[in-house]
Design a protein around this ligand. Structure first.
Ligand SMILES: [Fe+2]
Length: 305
């Protein structure tokens, strides 16, 4: 193995979140050292970015498999993906037009992917193929930093709380009938700890998000709204975020256990936008008290067969 083969450079993109990785060519298999360095950077910076990786589905999947087992493309939308690539979830501008009537885009919420499942994906790997000339940046926030930014009494309070996460159409969305039917047919509802102990780093992360969390268990609706609002404010503090400007050939690989992200809301239908996502199977979250998440409805999100 030559030195050049492992000359990975990791360039942080903000104080807390995001690093750009260069010195790898994802058209070729990664060696063990490269996988270890990329994993370490991802765990440290929560999301890592690659540029100018003009790869196809097969290279994308080989990269993903170096870090875990791909899930089916989506727990609800099994009819959409390419049947030859059941683990690749396309994110196309036109898909959103089909899913929601009207303007086509809803106000997106900060979220981690599929946290309504009892074992949400450990990581997501999103690859850009066609990107509009402007608009469409994605933002991530470091949920470990958000937890650590809370005062000690609030951290202690959060440590003992549990919250319900549900897959449902976004607020105010005029979801199509087909979309509603899919959600009704395959409900996903889970009780998670509000603070998750990361299975690899041992760090505590704030584990609620406005995309999927409905309420905190065992307190009044008023208290739940106020507390969640406070936690969400903390998640979205600008210093914990990074904003990524996509180009064709860009890849973002994020730790779905230690980040939330925000889909863009400044897209127009004038420009095409095509990305592909692979998610990796995750384990069942565990809180600081050792209690695991509990599936209230729906099946675990396991590896694709
Ligand atoms: Fe997402």
């Amino acid at each position: 193995m030559t030195l050049a083969a492992t000359a990975i450079s990791v360039q942080p993109q903000s104080g807390w979140t995001g690093a750009e990785i260069s010195g790898v060519d994802l058209t070729a298999p990664l060696n063990e050292e490269q996988v270890a360095e990329i994993r370490a950077a991802m765990l440290r910076w929560k999301v890592v970015f690659f540029r100018d990786q003009f790869i196809g589905h097969d290279d994308h999947l080989r990269f993903a498999r170096a870090f875990g087992a791909p899930t089916p493309a989506h727990p609800l939308f099994d009819a959409i993906p390419d049947p030859n690539y059941s683990t690749i979830y396309p994110i196309f501008r036109d898909r959103f037009k089909a899913r929601f009537r009207g303007s086509g885009f809803d106000k997106p919420n900060w979220h981690a992917d599929v946290t309504a499942a009892v074992n949400p994906p450990a990581a997501s790997i999103l690859r850009a193929e066609v990107i509009p000339p402007y608009g469409g940046d994605t933002q991530w926030a470091n949920t470990v930093a958000a937890y650590e930014g809370l005062s000690a009494p609030l951290r202690r309070l959060a440590d003992g709380l549990r919250a319900v996460h549900r897959f449902s159409p976004p607020d105010g969305a005029t979801a199509t009938d087909d979309y509603r039917r899919r959600i009704q047919d395959r409900p996903l509802l889970t009780e998670h700890p509000v603070v998750r102990v990361h299975p690899e780093t041992g760090e505590k992360a704030l584990y609620v998000n406005p995309g999927f969390t409905t309420h905190i268990v065992g307190i009044s609706p008023h208290e739940s709204r106020r507390l969640l609002g406070l936690f969400y404010d903390e998640l979205a503090r600008p210093e914990y975020t990074v904003r990524f400007k996509w180009e064709a050939g860009s890849i973002a690989f994020w730790d779905n256990r230690a980040t939330v992200h925000l889909a863009p809301s400044d897209l127009t239908l004038d420009h095409d936008r095509r990305l592909y996502r692979v998610t990796l199977v995750g384990d069942v979250p565990v809180g600081p008290d050792g209690r695991a998440s509990i599936a209230l409805d729906g099946e675990p999100f396991e590896a694709a067969s």
